[in-house]
Design a protein around this ligand. Structure first.
Ligand code: ADP
Ligand code: MG
Length: 366
């Protein structure tokens, strides 16, 4: 086990800046998720930690050990970094049994037969593969194959696990089960893990912390709760959550409202104070709020001052059974609400909605 530290890491591929000035510290034993859209530099970051790519600039530490330093020309190859990787394609050896697939990394390292046998059986037990040890990969389901790939990664007890979208080839149901199993396994083993995904639900459910990236740039690092409830910027607010956060352009008025033309909302006293300190009073801003933080007034559980009730037009209602996703409009502004299943909203009608002002976000309008 070890912490993993990236300092000022850049990776430039013939002019393409895949990773830009990345500083990231993964704590000992932590499950860190790298989250972001396709092409944002997640895989490149993981490959740099693994030693499959050299950073263009910057330094990488695994534990106390400096494993890469572009300036000093230090570069420790993957096999000497004591890491194990799991990829999206499990890359099992098709001609080998489950047993031999799991045993392979130990055989490479010339571990004794007895110890190999002990370790393989221990790992198989942990992953529920004991009954399958004699099978070949083609005789396994997708989930079982993924477990064998995990078994091969954990059999060596490496200092760090590096996982690149390891669940993305599984069907939706299995993915949900495997993400819980994988999280539990990581807790049991306590091995520092860097896990790459573009799936925000995976990131939120598995990560101790989530590092959100966009265009090669780290946007925010925080617990799932922090990145959800206190997004550092519009990108993070919009990327995490489903349906995504709503954004409306508004103006902070000197008398403590945020005005959208068609309606205005009264800000809470501490928000007014904070906005004044930031110099936002009288300025155009982006007003962000999550679909679950705007309520059908008939079902509003929050105590709300009358100023924050707004009459809106219902454009579309998507009934998901457990909730209703409603597309709302007021003047030329539109946004999405998440209402309880009992809500009686109907398409084409008008409805009063209430904003939970404690949950709103105000971002600088660039
Ligand atoms: P992600 O895993 O987040 O989808 P990647 O790290 O794979 O993103 O890619 C980040 C950027 O770097 C992309 O623009 C990609 O096209 C580019 N890139 C990745 N690997 C290479 C490479 N070997 N050569 C050139 N460009 C690359
Ligand atoms: Mg990738």
């Amino acid at each position: 086990m070890a912490e993993v530290k990236l300092e000022g890491v850049w990776k430039i591929f013939d002019g393409v800046e895949a990773v830009k000035d990345l500083d990231l510290k993964v704590r000992d034993g932590e499950f860190m998720v790298l989250l972001g859209p396709s092409g944002c530099g997640k895989t490149t970051t993981l490959r740099i930690i693994a030693g499959l790519e050299e950073p263009t600039k910057g330094r990488i530490f695994i534990g106390e050990k400096l494993v890469a330093d572009a300036e000093k020309g230090v570069f420790i190859p993957p096999k000497d970094r004591d890491i194990a990787m799991v990829f999206q394609s499990y890359a099992l050896y098709p001609h080998m049994t489950v047993y031999d697939n799991i045993a392979f990394p130990l055989k490479l390292r010339k571990v004794s037969k007895q110890e190999i046998d002990d370790r393989v059986r221990e790992v198989a037990e942990l992953l529920g593969l004991t009954e399958l040890l004699k099978r070949k990969p083609r005789e396994l389901s997708g989930g079982q194959r993924q477990r064998v790939a995990l078994g091969r990664a954990i059999v060596r007890k490496p200092q760090v696990f590096l996982m690149d979208e390891p669940l993305s080839n599984l069907d939706a149901k299995l993915r949900v089960r495997m993400r819980a199993e994988l999280k539990k396994l990581q807790r049991q083993l306590g091995v520092t893990t860097v896990y790459v995904t573009h799936d925000q639900v995976e990131a939120m459910t598995m990560g101790d912390r989530v590092a959100v990236m966009n265009f090669g740039v780290l946007q925010q690092v925080g617990s799932p709760d922090e990145v959800y409830n206190r997004p550092a910027n519009v990108f993070v607010g919009g990327f995490i959550g489903s349906p995504p956060m709503n954004f409306l352009e508004g103006t902070v008025t000197p008398d403590g409202f945020i005005s959208f033309g068609a309606f205005k909302l009264k800000l809470l006293p501490d928000q007014v104070k904070a906005l004044e300190e930031l110099g936002y009073a009288g300025k155009d801003v982006l007003f962000g709020f999550r679909p679950e933080d705007v309520y059908d007034a008939l079902f509003a559980q929050v105590k709300i001052p009358g100023e924050n009730m707004v009459r809106v037009k219902v454009d579309i209602v998507e009934n998901l059974g457990g909730e209703k996703i409603v597309h709302l409009r007021v003047g030329d502004l539109s946004f999405i609400g998440k209402f309880p299943p009992e809500s009686l909203v109907k398409e084409g009608q008008e409805v009063d909605v209430v904003f939970d002002m404690k949950k709103i976000h105000i971002f600088d309008k660039r």
